[in-house]
Design a protein around this ligand. Structure first.
Ligand code: GLY
Length: 389
C-alpha cells in the first residue's frame, strides 16, 4: 500500500511540474530577445501630433500614419503604456506621456462610436498607471460625448453616420466601447453611463447572434419603429459569413460586460461564441484564424493575427472567470505562435510594430497580411494578463 501511495505522490509531483513548465513557456516569451528588440522599435518612431502609426506595407516599407480622429489612434499610446507595464522601463511611460495630449481633443468628437478604442486604450491605460486627475476627466468627458450617440427607442449606440446603406448601423465592434462607459460610472458614481452600456449590450445580445453563436457584423435599425431592418457585413466575406475579428470583438465585449455586471447571459454568449471560434473546422493548427472563417479561398488567403490576439486576451479573462482550461490552452497557443518568427515582424524592419500578418479590411483590399497596431495592443494585453494569473 505504501508503495502505491508513494507512486501516486510521485505521479502528482511529475504532472504538476510538467504543467508548470508548460505555463512558464509563455512567460519566457516575454523575455524573448527578439520580442524585446521589437518593443524598442516603438521608441524609434518620431513624435508627430497628427501621425499615429497604424499599419505598414512590408513590401514597400511605407508606414501608414493617421490623425487622432482615426479609430486606431489610441492603440500606439496604449502599446507604450503596456510596454511600461511589462518591462517597468520608464522610457515607455515617458514616451506615452509625450504622445497622449495629441489625442485629447477626441473627447469632443461625437461623430463616431470609436471613442472607447481611441480614449480608453490610451487614457484608460494611462489612468490605470498614473491615476492622473487630468486623464480621469478626459475619460469622463469622452463617455458623455459617446452617450450622445445613444438612441432610446433602439436601445443602442449608433456606430457610423452618413452611410447610404444604413440609417442606424450598429456593429459588433461597438461592444468594445462599453468599457469606457462602465468606468465612467465607477469614476463618477453616476449610473447613467452604465445603464446605457447595459441597454446597448442587451440589444446586441438579442439581435447580433446566429443560432450557431457566430455573430453578424452590422445590424441596421429603423429609427421610427426601433426594429431591426437588416443584418449585413461590412468587412467580412458575406452577410452570412463569420468575419474573424468580429467574433473576437464579441467574445471580448461580452466577457468584459460580464465583469462589470455579473449577468450570466453575457457570460453564456461569450463562452458560446468562443467555442464557435476555437473549434471551427477552418481554424488552423497554430490558432491564428483566416480573416473570415468562410473565406472561399481558404487556405490560400490571409490570416488575421489581430483576431487571434483579441481572442487570446479575452479568453484569459474568460479563464479567470470560469477556470475552464480550454480557454487558457487556446490563449497560450496563440501567445506562443505570435511570439515565434512566423508572426513577429522581422528584426530588420524599422517600424513601430511588433507583429506581422494581420488583415485590416479584405473587402477594400486594405491592410492585407500586414503589421497593424491593434494586433500589437491586444497581444501585449494578453501577455500582461497571462503574467498576472
Ligand atoms: N473596428 C474596425 C475593425 O475591427 O476593423
Amino acid at each position: 500500500m505504501k508503495i502505491f501511495n508513494s507512486l501516486f505522490l510521485f505521479l502528482v509531483f511529475a504532472l504538476s511540474n510538467f504543467y508548470c513548465n508548460a505555463q512558464n513557456n509563455v512567460y519566457k516569451t516575454t523575455t524573448n530577445i527578439q520580442l524585446n528588440n521589437r518593443f524598442e522599435k516603438l521608441l524609434e518612431n518620431p513624435i508627430d501630433s497628427v501621425g499615429f502609426p497604424r499599419s505598414m506595407s512590408v513590401k514597400t516599407g511605407e508606414i501608414k500614419k493617421v490623425p487622432s480622429k482615426d479609430w486606431t489612434s489610441g492603440f500606439y499610446v496604449g502599446n507604450l503604456w503596456q510596454l511600461y507595464l511589462l518591462t517597468a522601463d520608464s522610457k515607455y511611460k515617458e514616451r506615452a506621456q509625450k504622445w497622449i495630449p495629441f489625442l485629447e481633443k477626441e473627447k469632443f468628437n461625437g461623430g463616431t462610436h470609436d471613442m472607447g478604442f481611441k480614449i480608453y486604450c490610451s487614457f484608460g491605460k494611462g489612468f490605470e498607471i498614473t491615476h492622473s486627475e487630468e486623464y480621469k476627466n478626459v475619460i469622463i468627458k469622452s463617455a458623455q460625448t459617446l452617450c450622445t450617440r445613444f438612441n432610446k427607442k433602439i436601445g443602442s449606440i449608433k456606430s457610423w453616420d452618413n452611410r447610404d446603406k444604413w440609417n442606424f448601423p450598429v456593429i459588433i465592434d461597438n461592444m468594445m466601447n462599453l468599457e469606457l462607459l462602465f468606468e465612467a460610472s465607477k469614476l463618477t458614481g453616476d449610473d447613467s453611463y452604465r445603464k446605457i452600456a447595459i441597454q446597448h449590450a442587451n440589444t446586441t445580445l438579442k439581435n447580433h447572434f446566429r443560432k450557431d453563436n457566430s455573430c453578424y457584423h452590422v445590424v441596421g435599425y429603423d429609427t421610427i419603429t426601433g426594429k431591426v431592418k437588416s443584418k449585413n457585413t461590412h468587412q467580412g466575406f458575406s452577410d452570412d459569413s463569420s468575419w474573424a475579428r468580429g467574433q473576437a470583438w464579441a467574445v471580448y465585449g461580452f466577457t468584459m460586460t460580464y465583469r462589470y455586471t455579473k449577468d450570466k447571459a453575457y457570460l453564456n454568449q461569450a463562452e458560446a461564441t468562443a467555442q464557435f471560434f476555437i473549434n471551427h473546422k477552418n481554424m488552423p493548427e497554430d490558432g491564428i484564424p483566416y480573416w473570415d472563417f468562410n473565406a472561399p479561398t481558404i487556405p490560400n488567403t490571409t490570416r488575421d493575427a489581430s483576431a487571434a490576439a483579441i481572442m487570446a486576451t479575452a479568453l484569459i479573462e474568460l479563464y479567470t472567470i470560469t477556470k475552464k482550461d480550454v480557454y487558457l490552452k487556446y490563449s497560450n497557443k496563440v501567445i506562443n505562435s505570435l511570439s515565434s518568427n512566423t508572426y513577429l515582424l522581422n528584426e530588420s524592419v524599422n517600424a513601430p510594430f511588433i507583429l506581422d500578418h494581420s488583415t485590416g479590411d479584405w473587402s477594400k483590399k486594405a491592410e492585407l497580411d500586414e503589421p497593424i497596431v491593434y494586433a500589437d495592443y491586444y497581444f501585449l494585453e494578453a501577455i500582461i494578463r497571462k503574467k498576472a494569473l
